[in-house]
Design a protein around this ligand. Sequence first.
Ligand code: Z5A
Length: 210
Amino acid sequence: MSRFIVLEGVEGAGKSTQVRLLAAWLTAAGVPHVCAREPGGTPVGEAIRGVLLEARELDVPAATELFLMLGARAAFVRDVVRPALARGEVVIADRFDFSTFAYQGYGRGIPLEDVRRLNEVATGGLRPDAYLVLDVPVDEGARRQEAEGKAPDRIEAAGRGFLERVRTGYLELTAQDGRAHGVDGRGEAELVHDRVRALLESLFPETFAT
Ligand code: Z5A
């Protein structure tokens, strides 16, 4: 049965790692699925991603950042998410609209109501079945990224205060939305995977209980 599952969280929370582990689990269980990241997931989305994250020399107003994120999302929803759901597949997304509320809303200070209204245009009202919000302290996420040797991208370079507001945003969004579930992102990746898997099995047994 089709399901739209989103992994969210601050940098280094382990989203991409958990998407990979989930994909391996679903493949072994014979569950048809697609995985994609945001911003990205489509040719136009990946082009927008290059501007948003790699062009550190650009002075990008917060509203421009918001519109670019949402521009990428409109293509992602039309070309990736809706077709996969129509085929009865599971969609696993590495970030979706909680990222926009957390980064452009809480982080950049754009009023959440504006973000909500514009996001609605990009998604056509499509909502995930569940958000799994991986939580780690900002320092832990940064430490993991440093260990990986990854240079901060344009948004990460916004600094510690910005990332703390983003994390606070995630915690508030999770508390307010019945589809959102906080997951402790600390500990070994396999341990976090066990938490993610147990949560999905309990939320959607018809799709995930193997
Ligand atoms: N953004 C936005 O502002 N608004 C929006 O609407 C959207 C996005 C959709 C996307 O960057 C950027 O776009 C992001 C938000 C913004 N902000 N920034 N900057 P991205 O996709 O390139 O980067 P990311 O999402 O921040 O990914 P990340 O840094 O790769 O983090 P992650 O996916 O959560 O973590 P990971 O890649 O799985 O793991 C990071 C490292 O930690 C790696 O070396 C792992 O091996 C290691 N790791 C993973 N799990 C563990 C555990 N459990 N223990 C120890 N080490 C671990």
